[in-house]
Design a protein around this ligand. Structure first.
Ligand code: BDR
Ligand code: CA
Length: 312
């Protein structure tokens, strides 16, 4: 069993990452923190609470994190995730509340440092909370098995030709995390763009034939329409659960250790993950970059988690 803490910005694919982290048989989800990203942090926090409440994970605590990146204004993404950040369905009235009166990094530090096992920190949004955690509590590095994040690209980006959304939102935070000395795994667009939510996948979910599976299908249909409009993708890529699956089943991935730097300065390429694929850099190799994932097994495990989460 691996102990995981999930830092996210739900977000349709973050919602699926929460379900996978909470229901994968090899993972124990210790808590969820939120940041601004796909929407404001108030909205991503409500969305995390909503998805936990409908998926049999009411016991998992949520702490609200940073409302803005370290040095830049927030950059929400309603064109993909809607005005709520999780558009496409109606959730039951929310009663679950986030942790009160405590900063996210204080809570994360408490939870992670009290574990007897090393904790896997999974980040599926911008890396602001993780960067602050490592800066304010550097001793936490001893307690972390690794940080696995969804973000970046070996080649092209998505929100700019050069940069992927999570890294583009807070490049300075990404730089801190990648240079922290903690074991880092990057699950980039090259991998997540293979986790396509095709009609066959929608049909597999639909055929579960419950009110929970319809809620999930409604969310994914909204996500699909958004991806068609914005990126002209026929089928939307379910980015964030790929990072969760890596922690549970690294055997389903191929990775390569290389130097990765974050461009924090350029006008055209800020947020680019500059991957030294030819191993030319003399700097320390700092990131295990995922280059391939077993997609069939990804969907088998994601759909099994949805089945287990079905308590509506
Ligand atoms: C990432 O950006 C967000 O919109 C998604 O939730 C995912 O984490 C993909 O670039
Ligand atoms: Ca996300």
């Amino acid at each position: 069993m691996k102990y995981v803490f999930l830092d996210c910005d739900p977000g349709h694919d973050d919602a699926m990452a929460i379900i996978l982290a909470g229901h994968h048989p090899d993972l124990h989800l210790l808590g969820v923190s939120t940041a601004c990203g796909n929407q404001t942090v108030d909205k991503t926090t409500i969305n995390a609470l909503k998805i936990l409440s409908v998926s049999g994970l009411e016991h998992v605590e949520v702490v609200k994190g940073q409302a803005a990146p370290l040095m830049r204004p927030p950059k929400p993404c309603p064109e993909i995730h809607g005005t709520s950040g999780l558009d496409g369905t109606t959730f039951p009235v929310l009663t679950k509340k986030p942790i009160q009166g405590k900063k996210a990094i204080v809570y994360m530090n408490e939870v992670i440092s009290q574990q007897t096992e090393p904790v896997h920190l999974i980040c599926t949004g911008q890396l602001t909370n993780a960067a602050l955690l490592l800066t304010v509590y550097p001793e936490i590095k001893e307690k972390l098995a690794q940080i696995v994040f969804m973000g970046g690209g070996v080649g092209v980006g998505n929100t700019s030709p050069a940069a992927e959304f999570n890294i583009e939102c807070d490049p300075e935070a990404a730089k801190i995390v990648l240079e922290s000395g903690v074991q880092i795994v990057m699950v980039p667009l090259e991998v997540t763009h293979t986790a396509l939510c095709t009609p066959t996948i929608i049909e597999r979910l639909h055929s579960l034939n419950t009110s929970f599976s319809s809620l999930i299908v409604d969310l994914l249909m909204f996500f699909q329409d958004a991806y068609k409009k914005v990126f002209r993708f026929q089928h939307p890529p379910l980015h964030d659960p790929c990072a969760v699956l890596y922690v549970a089943r690294p055997d389903l991935f191929k990775t390569e250790l290389m130097r990765v730097d974050i461009d924090t300065e350029s006008r055209l390429c800020a947020g680019r993950t500059v991957c030294d694929i030819y191993h030319m850099s003399t700097l320390v190799k700092n990131v295990h970059v995922a280059l391939h994932m077993n997609v069939d097994e990804f969907w088998n495990q994601m759909i099994q988690a949805v089945q287990k989460a079905d308590t509506l």
